[in-house]
Write a new protein. Structure first.
Length: 381
């Protein structure tokens, strides 16, 4: 075989064909150089926007240079895997304060293992069909600037909400990487940034987590607060969280480019009706129920107690039967630590305050109606 064939577009065509066969929805190839993005990362860390995610600093050298993570890396194959579930009625659920909103990516199977398994099959196929090569696969599981690598590989552009966007697929997708020592030809097609003057994603954020376009303060982001954050959630951010108990999708829901998003892989369809579970019912789960119903799910990352902490805030923002909810909240006081206790006490106080306000409003309405009924008709005067 002509050695130049390995550097031809035909190789990329075969790679793309195999990737699609494995269930990926896009693939691109880039070199491992991310130096142009390092200064942005360093400023983000200096601002403290990473919160308690200390691993960003701990593995900074590897993030700056993927060839230190996998010596000998010459190319990064970046892939996209769509996950948007079917018929999830996101807006309706967010508008119902008694239903738990769980980020769409977490409703089905955990993507990490699935993505790595498929990438491994892609790498093995390449060794068998194209040329032997050394490779390692990753999916949100290593210190890689995966969004920047995907952008360089032609999979999209980084939007103002700091997520990767595709003109043909929006942002409802996972990213995965295959680092190889084989000098593949680079992808030449790249998507032009198309956010324009739109600021919908920045304006919709319930907790105002975007200090500027292309900057995310994770310490205010509901996804961070409900998954990675340890300790009590700042009180000022609790009411804005609403019913969002694991992650947040608001910035994606309003993005105009997501009108083009396709329904994702069947593996990510909701399990155990997690797309429309009442907050009250989830809070009543035992730890055994949580472990059973989140087996193989990204929700395991938060853990049972953290999930309860989030649910307590959701219940504090709910319109559920106050007496019943307060009783159920109180039943878990003193069982799982001071953070959950603080969230429960906040929720009980919020529910009592809301009930009192509703009672006053109802009394005022009754008095107004009574006065109106007692007033003489103008024709009788």
């Amino acid at each position: 075989m002509d050695p130049s064939w390995h550097q031809s577009d035909q190789v990329l065509d075969r790679l793309r064909e195999k990737a699609l066969e494995l269930g990926f929805t896009a693939v691109g190839v880039t070199d491992p150089d991310v130096s142009q993005h390092v200064s942005h990362l360093e400023r983000w860390l200096e601002s403290g926007f990473h919160g308690s995610m200390e691993w960003f600093e701990r593995h900074l050298d590897l993030r700056k240079d993927p060839t230190q993570l996998v010596p000998g890396t010459q190319r990064v194959i970046s892939v996209r895997l769509d996950y948007l579930p079917e018929n999830t009625d996101c807006i309706d659920i967010l508008n119902d304060p008694d239903i738990a909103y769980i980020s769409r990516y977490a409703l089905g199977r955990d993507y990490h293992k699935l993505m790595r398994k498929r990438l491994k099959r892609l790498g093995d196929w390449f060794s068998d069909e194209i040329a032997p090569h050394g490779f390692r696969v990753f999916s949100d599981s290593a210190p890689l600037l995966e969004k920047h690598l995907a952008e360089k590989a032609g999979l999209g552009w980084i939007g103002k909400h700091t997520l990767l966007l595709s003109r043909s697929a929006g942002s409802w997708f996972f990213l995965g990487e295959l680092l190889t020592d084989f000098p593949l030809p680079l992808s030449v097609e790249h998507e032009k940034a198309r956010c324009g003057s739109c600021t919908a994603c920045l304006d919709i954020c319930p907790t105002d987590a975007f200090p500027a376009p292309y900057q995310l303060d994770a310490t205010k982001c509901i996804s961070y607060l409900t998954i990675e954050h340890k300790g009590p959630i700042p009180e000022a951010l609790r009411a804005p969280m609403g019913n969002r108990v694991f992650g947040c999708d608001d910035c994606q829901l309003v993005c105009p480019w997501n009108r083009y998003a396709a329904i994702g892989d069947p593996a990510f369809q909701p399990r155990h009706a997690l797309d429309r579970q009442p907050l009250y019912e989830l809070f009543r789960w035992t730890e055994e129920e949580f472990l059973m119903k989140t087996e193989g799910s990204p929700m395991r990352r938060a853990g049972y107690v953290k999930f309860l902490e989030n649910l307590a805030i959701g219940l504090g923002n709910s319109h559920s039967d106050t007496e019943q909810v307060i009783h159920t909240l109180g039943s878990k006081l003193g069982l799982y630590g001071p953070t959950l206790d603080e969230h429960i006490q906040w929720a009980i106080a919020a529910l009592k305050r809301r009930a009192s306000e509703n009672a006053r409003d109802n009394a005022s309405t009754r008095q107004s109606n009574h006065a109106h009924q007692q007033a003489p008709d103008a024709g009788q005067i």
